[in-house]
Write a protein that binds this ligand. Structure first.
Ligand code: FMN
Length: 147
């Protein structure tokens, strides 16, 4: 398929949301995340929890998709997914990933990289059982969020 190159270089945005200075940041990155995440929740409500999860297959080919942050603490950041999904299979082989939050109105991104571990099965079951029935059925039908 041939298409003329679409030139987007004239689209510009003036970034006026303030500076990022090391001395203004919390020394604990988890605490800093909490401050920024609460700002994002104020603006975006639940949409603030959308994050890009990047994984790679055995050949190093990357893939990325949106998942929703469901829990976080100083131990890590959790989401729910199906182990049988592509990301689930990739993480079995290569349990390393990057999470990326982007909150446009804050002109802010947060990148989190590290090892990925399965949560205890009880945590997944507890999450699944508190979801509304329609959501549980749709998750089961689409092979999503069953852990
Ligand atoms: C707003 C939004 C939220 C999503 N949240 C999740 C999620 O929490 N968990 C999940 O497994 N997939 C979620 N998805 C679907 C994934 O982006 C992805 O399409 C699906 O999990 C299959 O990914 P994979 O084939 O790379 O494993 C979400 C998609 C969107 C657009």
């Amino acid at each position: 398929m041939s298409q003329d190159k679409v030139d987007l270089t004239s689209l510009r945005r003036e970034y006026v949301v303030g500076d990022l200075n090391l001395e203004d940041l919390n020394t604990d990155p988890f605490d800093q995340f909490g401050i920024w995440f609460n700002h994002a929740l104020d603006i975006y409500s639940d949409e603030a929890t959308a994050m890009t999860l990047a994984t790679a297959d055995a050949e190093g080919m990357p893939s990325a998709r949106i998942v929703l942050l469901k829990q976080y603490d100083k131990e890590g950041f959790s989401w729910f997914t199906d182990y049988r999904s592509e990301k689930g299979q990739q993480l079995l082989i290569n349990p390393q990933a990057e999470l990326l939050f982007y909150w446009p109105q804050l002109a802010r991104q947060v990148r989190i990289r590290g090892q990925v571990e399965k949560l205890a099965p009880e945590e997944g079951k507890a999450y699944f059982s508190q979801r509304p029935i329609g959501s549980r059925l749709s998750a089961a039908a689409s092979c999503q969020s069953i852990r």
